[in-house]
Write a protein that binds this ligand. Structure first.
Ligand code: 13P
Ligand code: SF4
Length: 356
């Protein structure tokens, strides 16, 4: 069996004060009839251990609807908590332990710029353009796609959502992640010559020949994996399988064996044979958890040191405890509320996705 000795051990999960962990456990038990804690796969161990449900963005938004608890604490980033608020009933409250834990990529598409580009594209063609936004986007971008006959996707269902969009229009505007957009488009057989990245305004000719317009956003964590990392891992571990998140760049995805959501990555590795070797191109908390969970397999980060999502890491046990205390005392400082006028169409777009 291939043995991995370097790199992973350099990553240490921060150790928390045991008294804080005990306090969270006690408060969680006290509030349990009314409380659900949702945890994204990129959360640190001493946060995720308190999650009633762990998952990728799709699973967590589905669970937020299904579990009819009064208080939903979202250990993830802001757009995820917004989704839970959009989908939940009026008598449910959604909280995030740190209001500043946003997703940098989601913040790369602001509604004014999107509306300006939309006007430019729709006035440049008679063909129907379907706007599709990755779930990693703000509530007003979700409102925008819902209002314009569009839909939301996650990294789990992007391929199916592309099919949905192509059945309803001949062009797609994909927001905000250019890489999930291009990786999905290529996997659907759309030629690269028909994919336009909006780092500039397309002229009439470009609008005519393009099938997919990609917003110029990206994830600063996944963008850091390179083709050199892939080559290096293949040289170090002959026969290694490389699986990466769909937010990685197109050249990394093309050189890998598979790409997908965090759940896809977990499923593939879980179902793989004993003794198999994997290099994983995603956030390091998840990679480390997989390494620890499967000692009978070799699981290494695609890049030697692994990369963390700074904002996911802003959720700490201390902040989770603080939020639980606030819930007990009926304080709403960390409650996430999407404006009512935004909710309607944002919900339309989310429901369209969940219905598929
Ligand atoms: P998943 O939906 O695959 O968990 O991805 C969310 C995310 O933010 C990845 O960077
Ligand atoms: Fe956003 Fe990237 Fe962090 Fe995911 S890993 S939450 S896309 S910044």
């Amino acid at each position: 069996m291939i043995k991995y000795e370097k790199g992973v051990s350099a990553f240490k999960s921060i150790e928390s004060d045991p008294a804080i962990l005990d306090e969270i456990a006690a408060l969680k038990e006290e509030l349990k009839d009314d409380l659900v804690i949702l945890g994204h796969h990129y959360q640190r161990n001493d946060v995720i251990r308190f999650a009633d449900v762990t998952g990728d963005s799709l699973i967590l938004s589905q669970k937020a609807v299904e579990m009819k608890k009064k208080h939903i604490v979202f250990c993830g980033v802001y757009f995820m908590a917004e989704c839970a608020d959009i989908l939940s009933d009026d008598d449910q409250k959604v909280y995030i332990p740190d209001m500043r834990a946003g997703c940098a990529m989601a913040n790369m598409a602001n509604i004014k710029d999107v509306e300006m580009i939309w006007e430019h594209l729709t006035s440049g063609t008679k063909e129907k353009i379907i706007p599709v936004t990755y779930i990693n986007s703000s509530a007003d971008i979700k409102y925008f796609v819902g209002k314009n006959d569009g839909i939301i996707c996650t990294s789990s269902n992007a391929s199916r959502i592309f099919d949905w969009a192509m059945e309803r229009g001949s062009k797609i505007l994909f927001l905000p992640d250019q890489f999930l957009g291009i990786n999905t488009a290529i996997s659907k057989g759309i030629p690269e010559s028909a994919i336009f990245t909006l780092d500039r305004l397309p002229d009439e000719k470009a609008i005519e020949v393009s099938q997919v317009f990609l917003w110029n956003g990206y994830c600063s964590v996944h963008k850091r994996f390179t083709l050199d990392d892939v080559t290096k891992r293949r040289n170090e571990y002959p026969g290694i399988k490389i699986v990466v998140h769909g937010e990685c760049t197109a050249d990394v995805v093309k050189a890998s064996d598979a790409f997908g959501s965090t759940s896809t990555i977990i499923k593939m590795i879980t179902e793989s044979e004993k003794g198999s070797a994997w290099a994983v191109g995603t956030e390091q908390h998840l990679v480390q958890r997989l390494t620890d969970r499967f000692p009978d397999k070799t699981i290494v980060p695609l890049a030697e040191s692994g990369f963390q999502c700074v904002t996911m890491s802003m959720i700490t046990p201390e902040k989770l405890l603080n939020t639980l205390k606030e819930i007990k005392e009926d304080i709403t400082e960390h409650e996430v509320r999407v404006a009512t006028e935004i909710k309607h169409y944002a919900k339309t777009a989310l429901i369209r996705m969940l219905a598929l």
